[in-house]
Ligand binder design. Sequence first.
Ligand code: BDR
Ligand code: CA
Length: 314
Amino acid sequence: ATKIILDTDPGIDDVMAILFAEAHAEIDLMAITTVYGNVAIDRATRNALYLKQKYQFSADIAQGAVGPLIKDPVGPTVAVHGESGFGDVAVPEVDGEIDTRPAYQYIIDAVTAQPNEITLVAVGPLTNLALALQAEPNIVNLVKEVVIMGGAFGVNDHRGNVTPYAEANVHDDPHAADLVFSAAWPVVIIGLDVTEQSFFSGEYLDQLRDDAAEVGQFIWDVSRFYLKFYKEKVGLDACHVHDPSAIAYVIKPELFTLSEGPVRVVTQGPAEGMTIQKFDGRQYFHDEWQMHTPQRVGVAVNDVELLEIYRQTI
Ligand code: BDR
Ligand code: CA
């Protein structure tokens, strides 16, 4: 099984991803590290602890960043994920144990103790990963792979969901994302180009509820609010499969077609949070792109098989 640390801001689709990772035999969910994003950091941690207790996860939980590296915080997305982060499902206070270290330190210690064994999967703003890189740059040589849900590369002429040119996780902390994408470690980016190619329809979720016992019911419950948002604001009778797609990549990379080349993030101005990849081999006159590691970006997905794997796992 692949050992993963899942960095997340739970979040409705984050829950869908966490439960997927926990349930799949080929994934060993070693830790959940939390980050602000869909909800404030204290709620993110509470939500992770709640899931740990409810489903008896063995994963450690470490709390991460309260806000972005440099820019002013954007704030929680209550309209998408609800007050609690789990739509209209209330989350009680839980008194479980969290690790005493901040998330970035947990990540550094874990990959140092088990070099080249751990995959970092990040499905929220990339602040914790950037802080880890800043505090211990050598982790680029210790991490097996970094899999990220974030960004949008214009594959289907589509570049954003929170602005016309930015995806939420990258837009929350563009400086962190730029550090993470341009570091010399192997990154795979599962962005809107692919996550918006897979849909959890109302029918699909009903079937999950009927087939997957309590977990299916819980996913159905948290998804009510999300579906309402999609219906009213996006005009869809379904929701996109964002965060679970990153987990699907870890389980079965062949589901995705990838494009290779260095990736950067626009950190200010009207296209703040825009992600761009250089995919030609040409050398330009002013070419600082040459200095950056080629990374892989998802450009197509086998959505039918992805949905089938999710259904069978839950
Ligand atoms: C991403 O933003 C958050 O709202 C979701 O949890 C997902 O990680 C999609 O843009
Ligand atoms: Ca998320």
